[in-house]
Design a protein around this ligand. Structure first.
Ligand code: GLC
Length: 715
């Protein structure tokens, strides 16, 4: 490979080299602030060696032919696309699938997404997005795995393995792209693209590990983030792109910027003009310029002026040509472009079945109280009539969620259709009743009338697909006001009510928690959404999802997350001068790791293998979990650790292990966990990563706020 690439680089002009560092979008999708209509001319001139948002075999063949047959050197194109949660077959949004805590399931979603997308000519996905975030105002929490570094790291690795498989030359695998490097999820006030500023300790302890986990899983490309970090925009940060990513972590793939992120260093105010921006990004260690056209325009000049060395340019070109080589594109530029394979792969049964499975595992039951002596859920299929009320009830498009790209809404099973399929005997009175704004009350009265006819009311409420995702931050994370009003009006009828909440972020549901007996959090679940929700509502599937992100009581409580510090004045209700609000409790509405089942689980007999852990020891933790209810169900048993005293303050809890078990009614299982020295390590006062002697607590339970505890000393 290197001999082939060296000889090719020797043939290339500086313009052609800059072309390989250039990525343009086709006109097929708008995923950023501007398009350029000259991408085909640039491609033919050898000044654009990579495209994104161009897919389907028919279209990609045309473009690949242009590159291979009409350019001087015939170097094949990379075809990138945001395959975030599926290509055509759409899976639950990533934040939803994170609620499954099931790495095999998540890896399989990535594997199947890659199989479908590569059949349409895509050989590079801009995923996994691994940005930790503790702020649900930020719309892009929908694309990530929530607030926790341990869960987020495992999910990042699972997705990379799913996308890339074991052999990049296999035409069903594609390049993964770890984004957005780094710490984009910490943007101030949850406002997208906003400033990020944090200590190196918080950066390394909480935000960097998932990127590193993705790299350790073999990720071949990284994407820079829009935000500045410590005053330097990521695309110009040598600290991130070279010192950490390459020198410390040994990354050998290539770094692409996010959409025109190099150009944006001018408004950031770290350079005066776009030529300086190109130079700053290049020297920081960025290999490829997405959509900005600045590398293509200025690198040849900067080399002539001696500001950058051609040998550095060759190094970037080599990284990109190596990826094309590993994908097998030099051997056969059309290996991803097989029409017959495309037709038989899209929407295949295996994909649709897995989409349904993933959707069911992603649903989180938040509340299920008794009504007339029995738990309201699951609903009986012999109930006479149900009113299904809300703008998300008979809605295909919004089930796809944000970043559904080429998803096909016409294939989506709505909640209304899912209920009719799952409980065909039930009479369903449907009415939308409200919209997604604050004032669209059309149909409110009709909806209330529909509700008055039924025995039970199911509300289908939440966000549309454009109210989360990129450039979709919200200053208030409640239901749209028209829906809140609708729910309160229907509530006055006094019927048993179930709320099914579909959104791309945690919503504040305090009124709902106080007034509605059953609440199901169903995110945006993709193509099979309605079938999955209906199977849960009628008990064909027992929910087991757990929240990957804390649900605040209201937006004023943000940031609120489970692994906070204790402070010097932890809340004490008997003492005014302790850390609290005057108007709400400190605890969130629903904590990280929380989720109910139709059955119940009891935790008992926690036991540690030792109370004195030495450095070379392994600590084994055992706990007995019993299904004390009437349904077979799954429980995600979680193990948290607390380091009581450190040379710096330590979080009150940190997730270190979890295990998803399945138990029949009445059955028990003793769950085993093993902890080692590495699990106790952290960035100490002098930033060395190690464990310090002292007292530790182990917590094992159903979520971050409940469970059994035991103590041990590390020395
Ligand atoms: C967008 C997003 C990024 C995406 C890229 C290409 O602006 O920030 O996540 O991969 O542009 O669409």
């Amino acid at each position: 490979m290197s001999a082939f690439i060296d000889s090719l680089i020797d043939d290339m002009t500086v313009e052609e080299k800059a072309g390989q560092l250039t990525l343009y979008t086709s006109g097929w999708a708008v995923t950023g602030p501007q398009l350029r209509d000259d991408y085909l001319e640039e491609l033919k001139a050898g000044r654009a060696g990579n495209l994104f948002n161009a897919h389907t075999v028919d279209y990609a063949i045309k473009l690949q032919k242009m590159a291979v047959e009409e350019t001087r050197l015939g170097i094949p194109l990379l075809f990138g696309l945001d395959v975030i949660h599926g290509y055509k077959t759409t899976f639950p949004i990533p934040l939803a699938e994170a609620s499954s805590w099931d790495m095999d399931l998540i890896q399989k979603t990535a594997r199947l997404s890659a199989r479908e997308a590569t059949a349409a000519g895509v050989n590079w996905t801009f995923n996994p997005m691994v940005d930790i975030s503790r702020d649900p105002r930020w719309g892009r929490v929908a694309e990530g795995s929530g607030e926790d570094v341990y869960l987020g790291g495992l999910i990042a690795a699972a997705k990379v393995k799913g996308y890339q498989g074991d052999d990049l030359s296999d035409p069903s695998t594609l390049l993964a792209c770890v984004k957005h490097f780094a710490a984009y999820g910490a943007s101030q006030a949850g406002r997208d693209y906003h400033t990020v500023d944090m200590s190196d300790r918080v950066l390394r302890e909480t935000y960097l590990p998932p990127y590193k986990a993705a790299l350790d899983a073999g990720a071949t490309t990284f994407m820079t983030s829009f935000n500045e970090l410590d005053g330097v925009p990521a695309s110009g940060s040598k600290y991130l792109m070279t010192e950490i990513l390459r020198d410390e972590w040994g990354f050998t793939g290539f770094v692409v910027t996010d959409y025109t992120a190099i150009n944006e260093m001018v408004p950031h105010g770290v350079v005066e003009n776009e030529k300086q921006a190109a130079e700053l990004a290049f020297k920081a260690g960025v290999d490829m310029d997405m959509q900005g056209g600045l590398y293509s325009r200025y690198l040849p000049e900067l080399i002539k002026e001696g500001k950058i060395k051609e040998s550095m340019l060759d190094q970037c070109v080599r990284r990109i040509l190596e990826m094309k080589y590993k994908l097998g594109l030099f051997e056969d530029p059309y290996r991803y472009l097989n029409k017959a394979r495309e037709e038989q792969t899209l929407f295949s049964k295996e994909l649709m079945d897995h989409s349904l499975h993933s959707a069911k595992e992603s649903i989180v039951l938040l509340k299920n109280e008794e009504v007339k002596g029995a738990k309201l859920l699951p609903l009986s299929k012999s109930v006479k009539s149900i009113a299904l009320i809300g703008p998300l009830a008979d809605n295909q498009k919004d089930m796809l969620g944000t970043w559904h790209m080429s998803g096909d809404a016409s294939k989506v099973v709505t909640l209304l259709k899912g209920i009719k399929e799952t409980a065909p005997e039930v009479t369903v009175h449907y009415a939308s009743g409200a919209g997604f704004g604050d004032s669209d009350m059309t149909g409110m009265d009709e909806a209330v009338r529909a509700a008055s006819k039924a025995d039970i009311v199911i509300m289908a409420l939440g966000e549309n697909y454009q109210q989360s995702g990129e450039a979709a931050s919200r200053s208030d994370i409640g239901l749209p006001k028209s829906q809140q009003l609708l729910m309160e009006k229907v509530h006055t009828l006094g019927k048993p009510m179930v709320a099914v909440v579909m959104a791309g972020r945690p919503l504040s549901m305090t009124w709902m928690e106080e007034n509605i007996p059953a609440i199901v959090n169903a995110w945006h679940l993709g193509t099979m959404a309605g079938k999955a929700m209906a199977e849960v509502l009628f008990g064909d599937h027992v929910p087991s999802g757990k929240l990957p992100m804390t649900f605040p009581r209201n937006v004023g409580q943000i940031p609120v997350f489970y692994n906070m510090k204790n402070t010097g004045r932890p809340f004490d209700e008997s003492n005014k001068y302790t850390s609290k609000y005057l108007d709400i409790p400190n605890d969130p509405l629903y904590p990280f790791g929380y989720g109910l089942s139709y059955t119940s689980f009891d935790y008992s007999n926690i036991a540690l293998s030792t109370e004195e852990l030495a450095r070379t020891d392994t600590l084994s933790v055992r706990v007995k979990v019993t299904n004390t209810g009437r349904y077979e169900g799954k429980e995600i048993v979680q193990l948290y650790l607390r380091d009581l005293v450190g040379s710096v303050t330590r979080p009150v809890k940190e997730l270190k292990r979890f295990k998803k078990i399945n138990l029949k009614p009445g059955r028990s299982e003793t769950v085993h966990f093993k902890l080692t020295y590495e699990d106790l390590c952290f960035y100490t006062r002098d930033m060395s990563f190690k464990a310090e002697p002292g007292k530790f607590k182990v917590f094992v339970g159903p979520n971050a706020m409940e469970g059994l505890e035991a103590d041990f000393d590390f020395n």
